[in-house]
Design a protein around this ligand. Sequence first.
Ligand code: SF4
Length: 403
Amino acid sequence: MTQTDSSADSQMLLAVPTKAARKAAASTVAALLSRTDCADIVRVGIPRALLYYRYGVLWTTFFEQLGREVVVSDISDKDTFDAGERISVDECCLASKLYLGHVQSLIGACDAVFVPSLANKGHRKGFCTKYQSLPDLVANTFYDRELRIVSLLVNETEEKIDEKSAFIALGQRFGVSAADAKRAYRAAFSAQQRADRVAARAQERLMARLDQERKHAQDQKPDRDRTVEQAPASAPRSGAPSMEPPIDGQLVAARPSQVRHEAPLAILLVAHPYVAHDPFVNGGVVDVLESMGASVLYADQTDHGKALHESFEFSETLPWIVNRELVGSVTLLHAHVDGIVLVSAFPCGPDSMTNDAVARCIQGKPILSLIVDAQSGTAGLETRIESFIDILRYQQRGGYLHG
Ligand code: SF4
């Protein structure tokens, strides 16, 4: 085709790509792929925040496979958060403010910071828009600083770019061949899968042990039922000795063997991974639960594929993949836990909708919903968790909540 083509031909050109147009497009893609603008980067910085807690193994392994040194920012603390908050707009959620603090801490410690843009992994598998806009957010926040950003885009629905092709293209920008970039991605993908499997299996083993202990405690129940029937109306506090009626009707402390057989208390913690596994963000909720004798199961450590599949039983339309996996995990683990704790970072849009739906629709288990922000401190959190655990213990002993 030439510029002298008739208008009818031009219309056809718009409707059906010609051989020449396809060739031109292919050479543009090839030119983009052959860019090696990251070849000089030796040290890649990765902020220990947001989806690092989900894809950290994948990202780290990928760059290491490319022969790069990876620098991960330190664990979160108040200084990191304060730094992030100073440069954030008020509307940012706690987790994304903290992310900016982590980025800032990497300036000068690496040649470039990896800030991916994750939009979706397909229909109904979207990511929070914050993850998608991160490269723009970081570039605009640090426009006057010496900060080089390395990014990629995963957007299967609109751009038809899946994770694998995004990483292969990125690898080529680091100056390696397509085949080597593919190998690096495969190794990284397998490493992430292995890490996820190890976490999921460890959790399954813990759950099986708790189920067994619960059954064992159930077998001891006649003794404990007798205890409860004679117990005073107020619920004993967790950790207090249970009471049994002696022959003369006075209540005395239970024998140690009975205390030992108290059923375990399994709590399902439902939160984004960067909330659940970062004690600075969650206000130490895991420590508080464990200090009260509870065993914590993590909703984000259930097999991701199973949880995602299960989530469609709960909702056909929920748009966010991570929230989907959390919800799916709630329904899969429901029968194995005594209570559910939802933790959300203020002000999280996806969680406000999802957690409200969970609280309304998941029946039969007590649910505690917590919203954390960096200003609130932990005193209120501890009090609420203590009350929640007291209620669960009372229920276990035959109290006023019956499933
Ligand atoms: S999912 Fe919520 S907490 Fe996470 S980045 Fe988005 S708004 Fe922030």
